[in-house]
Design a protein around this ligand. Structure first.
Ligand code: 5AD
Ligand code: SF4
Length: 440
């Protein structure tokens, strides 16, 4: 038998891309590829790209340029661009960069084997359709190989919210939910292969409304069904929109045993004027009331968020409203970004905030978030928490895992193995992680 061909995938951006990269590797597995960790010995290089902020396309071009030497040495090497930049600018990439053999959008990667065959035949292969055939149906049966204890599982794709700054509704298209039975089947399969924690993914995951028994299911209903799977110990989901935090989902945070006490709930800004211009369809006040309800259901929940500073026409007063909201909510974690113009989005038409001013706001916001993050992490010292161990640490006999609250925890205990869940007493809070010892 011929040696398998080697595939190198580089993944940018969000967790949905991480999941897509896995599925692309599986799709190409059927065409005789195995994954490699280095581009140097690859027969195919795939860049799975992200388009959420500026300079994404430039990054892709400079990364592609770096493979020039490799392609000169190895003329049979195939180079592909996947993901959201491929979706948005695929044809342009093909025109501008002759190194590229293949372009595939996030909705058509189940057609990769066919595109690969066309590329092998010397064609330039491009597919950025939103095909009617169900990608997940084509990729229904996943390989049975054993895998690590945590996994992502995409349940919903696309977004109908059209926040004024965001390209997602254009690159990923309209909201589509996978049928509940398919998700349950995929989750059972993952558990049989060693997975103990599943993070349900969607650009707007809590708007999930997949077909199920008796009609469309909500995300909460799906979580309750997954809660029944023996061997699955933890369920998480991301990313959510405040307006889709339904009563049943809030309640599940208080009552569903396997649903973890962590919620990523982006608000973007604390100023009602800016929220309106962002087309967020909620106010700062309604967000804070929602957080109160979630905390009533699950008092120890750790909250994380996304923030954009320097959105067009944001004043210092608007920015102070965001800082005030952060002080009120008290986040355990947050991602913050300087506004970045995305051509084709409504906000791209509006006057920009001075760049130095926007950078200064980002600096001040991140200082406040860091303080809160520290406080949340330090508050774990002395507590006993459950940790799922994911990999060996750097020191001999050490293991690293995540607590229910998603904090990284180091434990030196040779009796621990990858995949174990153990009660750990937290003894120290370090720069970016906790350390502890087995309780009891
Ligand atoms: N500029 C800056 N940040 C953005 N995000 C989305 N679009 C933009 C943009 N144009 C941020 C939002 C979103 C996260 C995934 O990325 O905070 O929640
Ligand atoms: Fe983008 Fe999220 Fe807004 Fe959808 S809800 S448009 S993905 S920021």
């Amino acid at each position: 038998m011929a040696d398998p061909k080697k595939l190198y995938i580089k993944t940018y951006g969000c967790q949905m891309n991480v999941y897509d990269s896995e599925r692309m590797a599986e799709a190409l597995g059927g065409a005789g590829y195995v994954e490699t960790q280095s581009p140097d010995d690859a027969d195919m290089i795939l860049l799975n790209t992200c388009h959420i902020r500026e300079k994404a396309a430039e990054k892709v071009y400079s990364e592609l340029g770096r493979f020039k030497g490799l392609k000169a040495e190895k003329p049979d090497l195939k180079i592909g661009v996947a993901g959201c930049v491929a979706q948005a600018e695929g044809e342009e990439i093909m025109r501008r960069q002759p190194l590229v053999d293949l372009v595939v959008g996030p909705q058509s990667y189940h057609r990769l084997p066919e595109l690969e065959a066309r590329a092998q035949g010397g064609e330039k292969a491009l597919d950025t359709d939103f095909p009617v055939d169900d990608k997940f149906d084509t990729l229904r049966h996943r390989p049975k190989a054993k895998r690590g204890p945590t996994a992502f599982l995409t349940v919903q794709e696309g977004c109908d919210k059209f926040c004024a700054f965001c390209v997602v509704p254009y690159t990923r298209g309209a909201e589509v939910s996978r049928p509940a039975a398919r998700i349950i089947e995929e989750a059972q399969d993952l558990v049989e292969r060693g997975v103990r924690e599943i993070t349900l993914l969607g650009q707007n995951v809590n708007a999930y409304h997949g077909a199920g028994e008796g009609g469309d299911w909500s995300l909460a209903r799906l979580i309750w069904a997954l809660n029944e799977i023996d061997g699955l110990e933890r369920i998480r989901f991301t990313t959510s929109h405040p307006n889709d935090m339904s009563d049943d989902l809030i309640e599940a945070h208080g009552t569903c045993e396997k649903l973890m006490p962590y919620l990523h709930l982006p608000v973007q800004s604390g100023s009602d004027k800016i929220l309106k211009r962002m087309n967020r369809a909620h106010t700062a006040e309604s967000y804070i009331r929602l957080i109160e309800r979630i905390r009533d259901a699950r008092p120890d929940i750790l909250l994380s968020g996304d923030f954009i500073v320097g959105f067009p026409e944001e004043t210092e007063e608007d920015f102070q409203a965001t800082m005030q909201l952060i002080r009120e909510v008290r986040y355990g974690y947050a991602y913050s970004f300087k506004y970045s113009t995305r051509p084709g989005t409504p906000a791209a038409e509006r006057p920009l905030v001075d760049d130095a001013e926007a950078s200064d706001r980002l600096y001040r916001l991140q200082a406040l978030i860091t303080e809160q993050q520290r406080a949340a992490q330090d508050a774990m010292v002395g507590r006993t928490v459950k940790v799922l161990f994911e990999k060996p640490g750097r020191l001999p006999g050490q293991m690293v895992g995540k607590s229910d609250y998603l904090h990284a925890v180091h434990v030196a205990d040779p009796a621990l193995s990858v995949g174990d869940i153990a009660e750990i007493e937290i003894i120290e809070s370090g720069a970016n992680s906790l350390s502890g010892r087995r309780a009891g």
